[in-house]
Design a protein around this ligand. Structure first.
Ligand SMILES: [Zn+2]
Length: 351
């Protein structure tokens, strides 16, 4: 390992900044890093999508890999360890995510983290630390490991070599095998207060942060993705269709999913499912005398529809929408799933 260390010099010459915690994570991250001696060697970082769990995991990894951490345990940002980590070239850091790199070096998203990826992670775990400090592996999102991959990880999760930390990140920990979850110390990632999230979004240049935050169920990183003009136009057109179920053509709308480039169709279906789910929640809220939460701009349409929907049927439908969401990681035909969901939606108001 000395050869690797010698060859490493002082780290890459043009460093990017190491991962900084988001404002609502600062205190949490430094508290955690200060208590690092008490950590289990396998952590499961949970919380809703879009609150910055991955960022937090990278911050924790950065603190562990820093070679001269600050008094509060956070990364110094200057040492070779920090510079390697910032450049994503740290030999003692592995990030496992559902991305495949093809023969030409082009990365593309894939459905699952497969067993080969985990086997190579295990080989890496067995090797002595290159820079003589901690070794950290992030698995993001952990629920995308397929069953064989999860199985392969079990033993390592139970007894990683000393100084090795495995950080699993998941917004759907219920989809992880119990054998995996039970071997990890579960940590709930902090969420921002709505005002804090809105202030952060405004600082990122997002117009009308309260509106997009509400649409994103108060997950600020999800809200950023929603803030784009194109997204808003797409949302408005789908919601207009939901608002007039009698006129809704599932076939015409399903064709819009097929009109997307092949690699984006699943994402398009995911967006549709998100809108349908938020729409169902708002219909239920309005039906029981509340105000819409995610679709305040559609309050008038929601009021009309809510009066004509039977709550048990609406709840059943909403559960079906959520089941469809859980299946997004599996092979499926986005257009057919969209059509089925839209036909069932229309039928909610059919009598
Ligand atoms: Zn450092």
């Amino acid at each position: 390992m000395d050869a690797a260390r010698d060859g490493a010099g002082d780290g890459p010459a043009a460093p990017r900044r190491p991962a900084e915690p988001l404002p609502w994570q600062r205190r949490f991250a430094s508290d955690m890093l200060a208590r690092r001696a008490g950590w289990a060697h396998a952590l499961l970082l949970t919380g809703p999508a879009g609150i910055g769990k991955r960022r937090l995991a990278e911050v924790l990894a950065g603190g562990l890999l820093c070679e001269s951490p600050r008094g509060d345990g956070s990364a110094c940002g200057e040492c070779p360890g920090c510079r390697y980590a910032a450049a994503r070239q740290h030999p003692d850091l592995r990030i496992i995510e559902p991305i495949d790199v093809d023969d030409e070096g082009v990365a593309k998203p894939v459905d699952a983290i497969v067993v080969d990826r985990i086997r190579s992670l295990i080989d890496w775990v067995q090797v002595t630390s290159h820079r003589g400090g901690s070794k950290v592996a992030l698995i993001v999102p952990a629920e995308r490991m397929n069953p064989a991959a999860a199985n392969a990880l079990l033993k390592t999760l139970e007894e990683p070599p000393p100084g090795t930390f495995l950080v699993l990140v998941s917004h759907q920990p219920g989809r992880l095998p119990a054998t995996i979850a039970s071997r990890c110390q579960r940590i709930a990632a902090p969420r921002p207060a709505p005002a804090e999230a809105a202030a952060w979004l405004a600082a990122q240049g997002v117009d009308d942060p309260d509106r997009v935050l509400a649409q994103a169920a108060y997950a600020p990183l999800a809200a950023i993705a929603l803030a784009g003009v194109e997204y808003q136009a797409e949302r408005a057109s789908w919601l207009a269709a939901f608002a007039k179920p009698a006129a809704l053509s599932a076939v015409t709308l399903g064709a819009r999913i097929d009109a997307l480039p092949r690699e984006s169709r699943k994402e398009g279906l995911g967006a549709l499912i998100g809108w349908l789910s938020g729409w169902c929640t708002d219909l239920a809220r309005v039906r029981f005398g509340g105000a819409p939460l995610q679709n305040r701009d559609m309050a008038a349409d929601l009021a009309v529809l809510a009066a004509s929907v039977a709550p048990p049927a609406l709840f059943r439908y909403h559960r079906a929408v959520l089941r469809a969401r859980a299946l997004l990681g599996h092979p499926l035909q986005p257009r057919l799933v969209a059509e089925a969901l839209l036909i069932d939606y229309r039928n909610l108001f059919g009598r």
